[in-house]
Design a protein around this ligand. Structure first.
Ligand code: ZN
Ligand code: ZN
Length: 150
């Protein structure tokens, strides 16, 4: 396994927003819910979860969009989505904004999996062998991610 880049660095498309993360991710996953599809523009979102204190902006600022219990941070200049926050002390970072996204493969050893698969694009067949969760699962803190209040 090649050496991973720590601190983890990344940023938006235009380069205005840059961040640095001092710790390895504690979780990650792909979310297939309709909100993630609209927010991130892909047919699912791919995110890594970190302890919030480990995440620092090294350049620029994030603009936030609030929806139900979550907020999403993006670059106000190029519009690239960077972070998703649901818990007070955790932050999800869009995998594709990392300078070295290949450092953190989703594998079957961790929690890494697919969430809200009941909302996935119908033609897409998940074949990576990762866990597939429908709706919310009680044993997972972030199960309510992207879920409406009511
Ligand atoms: Zn930007
Ligand atoms: Zn989602």
């Amino acid at each position: 396994m090649p050496e991973k880049h720590i601190p983890i660095t990344g940023g938006c498309l235009c380069g205005e927003v840059r961040y640095e993360i001092t710790e390895s991710p504690i979780d990650g996953g792909c979310c297939h819910c309709d909100q993630c599809k609209r927010a991130w523009g892909g047919f699912f979102s791919a995110m890594l979860k970190f302890n919030k204190p480990a995440f620092k902006l090294s350049n620029g600022e994030l603009k936030y969009y609030y929806l139900s219990l979550a907020r999403r941070g993006f670059c106000n200049n190029c519009g690239a989505g960077i972070v998703f926050m649901f818990d007070e002390d955790k932050i999800w970072v869009a995998l594709g904004t990392l300078d070295h996204p290949g450092d953190w493969p989703f594998d079957t050893k961790g929690w890494y999996g697919h969430d809200r698969v009941e909302e996935k694009v119908s033609w897409y067949e998940i074949r990576d062998g990762l866990i597939q969760n429908q709706g919310s699962t009680e044993n997972h803190d972030d199960s309510k991610m992207c879920k409406d209040k009511d």
